[in-house]
Write a protein that binds this ligand. Sequence first.
Ligand SMILES: [Zn+2]
Length: 422
Amino acid sequence: MKTQRIPQNGLLTVDRDRLWNSLMEQGKIGETDKGGLNRQALTDLDRQVRELFMKWGKEAGCEVSIDQIGNIFVRRPGVDNSLPPVMTGSHIDTQPTGGKFDGCFGVMAGLESIRRMNDLGIKTRAPVEVVAWTNEEGCRFPPCMMGSGVFTGEFELESTLAICDAGGISVGEALTKIGFAGEKPVPGHQVGAYFEAHIEQGPVLEDAEKTIGVVIGALGQKWFDLSIQGVESHAGPTPMSLRHDAGLVAAELITFVNRTALEYAPHGRGTVGCLDLFPGSRNVIPGQVNMTVDFRHLEADALDAMVTGLKVKIAELEELHGVQISLAPTADFAPLYFADKCVSYVRDAAEALGFGHMDIVSGAGHDAIFLAEKAPAGMIFVPCEGGISHNEMERADADDLAAGASVLLNALINAAGIEEAK
Ligand SMILES: [Zn+2]
């Protein structure tokens, strides 16, 4: 059997309205007054959307299975089912004030791709599988990307099942309660390639007026808790030259973090998201500040250099202001480049379909980042209005979503291989 890289008619597109209608229908489960979604992992609402996804998968002629962490796999058989499946998907859980597109788009785009292959009678060599990963958001049960983490062996099953929510209910109990404690063993089966379509969750595509983001990689992240110990004293009697002002040092560090990220443009990011001043009285010089630092970069060396720069700055500020500063790492994710082959499938499909596209990096975490450890992986971004996500106001355009799903469809077919038309 021969395979062809681009199907003979070259331009396969999805059914825009069917994709949109599916997104809107799943978006009724857990809909908020403001038109967003509150559908946290392993709740009864999560059960409802999981059942809807499985029903749609079965209606598309697929086999459905569930693994021990509740990941759902909808498999469209290939010509050669001994080959590992080409996989796509994302998540259908949401933040408490989430939108209808974050994650859901990737799962519905995968489903629409399968439906379209059915419409066109396409036979792929390898099976194609759509997955809904359990608890990507991590808001009820930390950490995020739980299902894909267990599937890839990044997280261990037993300890993950024991993680409890604020009400003391464990992941294991919640899975059993909603009927999704599956039997498929984890770490999971082999994957031929993995693609994930997702809204960008940032403003870059909209700003550049591009429809498709060809995701080349994901930023590495290093997070820290930073604590500054100065001396609190009276705002009046203490002259400026004799202060150990932890608040002032914090201000210097905030601008330093920002400047550092700018120096490492375009892929540098630096954020101080939390800041607590003690004692928090208007006429007392702050004696202590607790704050956070979040550095990101696409290159490991640059990320390391940003952290080294921060440490040098800390030593300077300790000397200058007579304060003590501690820096404790809280998270460390290495930067990631997606597989050239998968990136090319995405870029070539966007090009062939005539969609405006650009290379882009992911600044956020996604299931694809864990999957990239296990198989060649790639991602497709589409714009979301104003770059706003994790927000009930999250919006995306039906044409852009259809474009992203069409790119996904072609990437899946090319990666799975297609039986040459006779
Ligand atoms: Zn997401």
